[in-house]
Design a protein around this ligand. Structure first.
Ligand SMILES: *Cc1c(COP(=O)(O)O)cnc(C)c1O
Length: 410
């Protein structure tokens, strides 16, 4: 089945009453016939559900659908993208461990890595795709490598295969945040990544109606149970050991479960992910090319443009487009603010991946807590604005941007 057919048909439970959408199990607990049955479920010896914080049939449908389109082994859905990232990391980290991560990251993730310092977990931020620097960052305490497929908002494109090969040569997994590219553009597990995290609040949901995130394990990483001693108790689950530990451990205990209603809304959004991404990418490419021609001084950054230093990598690993986020530099923070305020169609909001066009000044908002050096390494400048290009009619978008440039006399 192709991508769109899979989105519409895979994981639909046609048994039972024949519901064509996942029923919303809006309940906390699931009764079992006997005390022994409950014991069986708690011990993972019997299939079924006991408590929504651990698992729920509606959430399970969403997890299965994402597993299918990411081509993974199993998924765990969380209350937000940040909850998913936190769970994905802490499932295998202990005090004293180290992370190697691309410095070109979503601001919230940089903040999270700072939070980890209080627990003795250190992160080495490296320049993305700088193989020498990445090699040099490994120590005997390195336990995972992390990057975003397309950095938000740096828009650098990670060479996933190469990064995976380096991580594996050092015996550690590669975790990829695929939020900005989505499995429509790349299934990173097929490019060597071991675990993929998506903030499904963005393109997967599509309408900005719920916060959520999801972790998908490819199930192929060869865990060294001496190095990853925390996984030892789950060795018996074979390729499912990472996910089994997560669901029975940190995910269950941190309580960052997804609400069943949000899982339902995500399932609705998923049906049109392919169709929306097609239009998002087409609009972004067209807007970026037009901006580069009409306003070259605004230094439009977009991986689909030949002027992007990441265009070659993008061309090699992304299918059907280059994503739908672009950035512009407008000379100063004041000009950037004035430009944003002059846009009429674009919503002034902090998220990405809505069907509508969205705009923000990252330096004063999502990257507020980063140091100046971290901001620069993440491609966040004081005169930069980020645009998440929506699926509106392209001529309307061009006219809106044109008017804003005129309003600031650019
Ligand atoms: C938004 C975003 C997150 C965080 O997701 P939430 O659902 O807002 O918690 C993580 N990574 C990237 C790349 C994002 O864009």
């Amino acid at each position: 089945m192709g991508f769109n057919t899979t989105l519409l048909h895979a994981g639909v439970d046609k048994e039972g009453l024949g519901a064509t959408l996942p029923p919303i199990y809006q309940n906390t607990a699931f009764e079992q016939a006997s005390a022994a049955d409950l014991e069986g479920i708690f011990n993972n010896r019997k299939p079924g559900f006991c408590y929504t914080r651990v698992g729920n049939p509606t959430i399970s449908v969403f997890e299965k659908r994402i597993t299918k389109i990411e081509n993974g082994l199993a998924s765990v859905a969380a209350s937000s993208g940040m909850a998913a990232l936190t769970n994905a990391f802490l499932n295998i980290l202990t005090s004293g461990d180290e992370i190697i991560s691309s410095a070109s990251l979503y601001g919230g993730t940089i903040d999270l890595f700072h939070d980890f310092e209080a627990f003795g977990i250190k992160t080495n931020l490296v320049e993305n795709n700088n193989w020498e620097q990445i090699e040099a960052a490994f120590t005997d305490r390195t336990r995972l490598v992390f990057a975003e497929t397309i950095g938000n908002p740096g828009l650098d494109v990670t060479d996933v295969r190469k990064l995976a090969d380096i991580a594996h040569a050092h015996g550690v997994p590669l975790i990829i945040d695929n939020t900005t590219s989505t499995p429509y553009l790349i299934k990173v597990l097929e490019h060597g990544a071991d675990i993929v995290v998506n903030s499904s609040s963005k393109y997967v949901n599509g309408s900005s109606n719920s916060i959520s995130g999801i972790i998908t394990d490819g199930g192929k990483f060869k865990w060294d149970f001496e190095k990853f001693a925390c996984l030892k108790d789950y060795k018996k689950y074979g390729p499912m050991c990472y996910i089994a530990k997560l669901r029975n451990g940190y995910y269950r205990n941190s309580g960052a479960c997804l609400a069943p209603f949000a899982a339902y809304l995500n399932c609705l959004g998923l049906e049109t992910l392919g169709l929306r991404m097609e239009r998002h990418c087409k609009n972004a490419s067209e807007l970026a090319s037009w901006l580069e021609d009409a306003y070259p001084e605004a230094k439009v950054n977009f991986p689909g443009l030949k002027s992007s230093p990441w265009h070659k990598i993008a061309e090699g690993e992304l299918n059907n487009g280059y994503g739908a986020i672009l950035t512009l530099r407008l000379g100063s923070k004041e000009q950037a603010f004035k430009f944003i305020d002059s846009l009429d169609i674009a919503y002034k909001v902090s998220n990405i991946g809505d069907s509508k066009t969205l705009v923000i000044h990252p330096a004063s908002t999502i990257s507020l807590h980063s140091t100046d050096a971290e901001k620069e390494a993440a491609g966040v400048y004081n005169d930069l604005i980020r645009v998440s290009v929506g699926i509106e009619d392209i001529e309307d978008l061009k006219a809106d941007f044109d008017a804003a440039f005129k309003a600031i006399n650019f």
